[in-house]
Design a protein around this ligand. Structure first.
Ligand SMILES: [Mg+2]
Length: 414
C-alpha cells in the first residue's frame, strides 16, 4: 500500500458565540484545514490542522514530493522524513506531521479492519470524559445571544452546559478580566457546583506573584489544577513552591525536550497533551508513557477541534492508562461539523470512542464544500486580536484587562 495523493481543504465552522481569551478572541468561528491522504488501493485517511488558508493548503501540497509512494505504515520513517528535529530548526513541520499521522493511522485502521486505538495499545475505556470549558463570550453578533460577561451569566451558562452535556468538571478560561474579578467568578462556580471538579486557565499572562496570590486563594476548592498561571518554567516552579494546587501546562512543556527538563527539575505537575502540538497521537502516547514512569499527571489539551481532531483525542484518551482528568474540548461551542452524522454527542459528560475502522469518522462532503465556501468568503480571523479593542495587545505580566462592565456589542462579519 502506497500513498498516491494528498489533498487539503480549509473550512470555517461557526461557533455559538465569540470566545474570549487572554490574547484576543475566537471571532465566532474556527478555521481548520482538513487533510485527505489517498492510497493506491483507494483508501482515504483523514487529518486535521488548526488555522489554514492558502499557506496551509500549500504546505500539504508540498508534502506530496516527500510522501507519494511512501508506505503509510512506516510512520517513524515519515517523522524523520518531514519533521526531523534538527532540520526543524529551519522549518518546523510538527503540526503538519500530526495531521498526516492522523491520516496514516486512519488508513492503517481501515486496511486492517481495526480502530486506531487498537493500533496504539488497545482501549482501556470505551468513553472519554470531557470538561465544560467555559469561556467569557461576546454575544453572537447575528442573534445577540450567548454573552458570558457577568458572573451571573457565567454560572447560568455553566448550568446550561451541565444540563445539556452532563459535565462534572468545569474549566474556566480566564486572563480576560482583572484577576480579582476572575477569582470571584471562579469561586461562584465552586459555590454553584459543590460536587464538581474545577480548573482555571489564564493563559500565562500573570506575574508570578499574581499567580501565587490567586493560587493560594483557591487552595480550599475542588481544583483539578491551575493551568499556566504564568508563562515560563521558572515562574511555574516558583509558583509551585508556594501554592498547594497542582499546576498544569499546555505552553511550557509541549515537546520531549521540555518534558525532559520538567522531569529533571519539576515545574509542572500535569502535562496537557495535544495530538497536534506534540506531532501526532503516537507522540502523545509516548509522552504519556514518560509521564507514567515519572508519575506526572496527564490531561488532554484542546486547540479547537472539528470531528476528525476530536476522534484523535478520543483514541488517545482510550489508550493512556494515566489519564486521570476530564479532557478539554471546545467542541460543544461548535454549531456544526464536517463529519457524517454531524456533531458527535455527549452522554453524562463523556463521548464514546469511535468503533469503526481507523479514526471511525467520515467526511460529509456537502458540509466540507459548504464550510470551505464560507471560509473563502470570510477568510482567516486574527486569533490574537479582540474585535472590541482594535490594536490592543496584552503584555506579560498583563495589566491591560478588559472591563466586565463594558457591554458593547461587537461587529464581526459573517
Ligand atoms: Mg491552556
Amino acid at each position: 500500500m502506497r500513498i498516491s495523493d494528498i489533498r487539503a481543504t480549509t473550512v470555517t465552522v461557526p461557533l455559538e458565540a465569540p470566545l474570549r481569551h487572554a490574547n484576543g478572541c475566537h471571532w465566532g468561528r474556527f478555521v481548520r484545514t482538513i487533510v485527505e491522504v489517498e492510497t493506491d488501493n483507494g483508501l482515504i485517511g483523514l487529518g486535521e490542522m488548526g488555522g489554514g488558508g492558502e499557506s496551509a493548503e500549500a504546505v500539504f501540497r508540498a508534502m506530496k514530493q516527500y510522501l507519494i509512494g511512501h508506505d503509510p505504515a512506516r510512520r517513524e520513517e515519515m517523522r524523520f522524513l518531514i519533521a526531523n528535529p534538527t532540520a526543524s530548526l529551519y522549518n518546523n513541520r510538527t503540526q503538519v506531521l500530526a495531521a498526516l499521522e492522523f491520516a496514516c493511522l486512519d488508513i492503517l485502521g481501515q486496511a486492517w479492519g481495526v480502530p486506531v486505538c487498537d493500533i496504539l495499545g488497545g482501549r482501556l475505556r470505551d468513553r472519554v470524559p470531557f470538561a465544560s470549558y467555559c469561556f467569557f463570550r461576546y454575544p453572537d453578533p447575528r442573534t445577540g445571544s450567548g454573552e458570558v460577561r457577568t458572573i451571573e451569566q457565567l454560572v447560568e451558562h455553566t448550568c446550561e452546559l451541565k444540563r445539556r452535556f452532563g459535565f462534572t468538571t468545569h474549566k474556566l478560561k480566564g486572563g480576560v478580566f482583572h484577576p480579582d474579578y476572575e477569582l470571584e467568578a471562579y469561586r461562584a462556580l465552586a459555590d454553584a457546583f459543590p460536587e464538581d471538579r474545577l480548573r482555571f486557565d489564564p493563559n500565562g499572562v500573570w506575574s508570578t506573584e499574581q499567580a501565587i496570590r490567586f493560587g493560594q486563594a483557591i487552595e480550599n476548592l475542588r481544583n483539578d489544577y491551575l493551568e499556566d498561571p504564568v508563562f515560563g518554567m521558572n515562574g511555574m516552579r516558583r509558583t509551585r513552591e508556594k501554592v498547594r494546587v497542582p499546576l498544569a501546562t499546555n505552553t511550557v512543556v509541549v515537546n520531549f525536550e521540555q518534558l525532559a527538563v520538567n522531569v529533571l527539575n519539576t515545574a509542572v505537575d500535569v502535562i496537557l497533551l495535544d495530538t497536534t502540538f506534540w506531532g501526532g497521537i503516537q507522540a502523545c502516547v509516548k509522552a504519556a508513557g514518560i509521564c507514567e514512569t515519572f508519575q506526572l499527571g496527564v490531561a488532554v489539551h484542546s486547540s479547537g477541534e472539528l470531528g476528525i481532531q476530536l476522534a484523535t483525542m478520543l483514541h488517545l484518551g482510550a489508550v493512556i492508562p494515566n489519564l486521570s482528568f476530564a479532557v478539554d474540548a471546545h467542541y460543544h461551542h461548535l454549531t456544526d461539523d464536517v463529519i457524517q452524522g454531524g456533531l458527535m454527542s455527549y452522554k453524562n459528560g463523556t463521548i464514546g470512542v469511535p468503533n469503526g475502522p481507523g479514526l471511525g469518522v467520515k467526511l460529509d462532503r456537502e458540509k466540507l464544500g459548504q464550510y470551505n465556501e464560507l471560509y473563502r468568503r470570510l477568510g482567516n480571523y486574527p486569533y490574537d486580536q479582540d474585535p472590541a479593542r482594535p490594536g490592543w495587545t496584552p503584555i506579560i505580566p498583563n495589566d491591560r484587562w478588559a472591563d466586565p462592565k463594558d457591554d458593547r456589542r461587537v461587529e464581526i462579519p459573517y
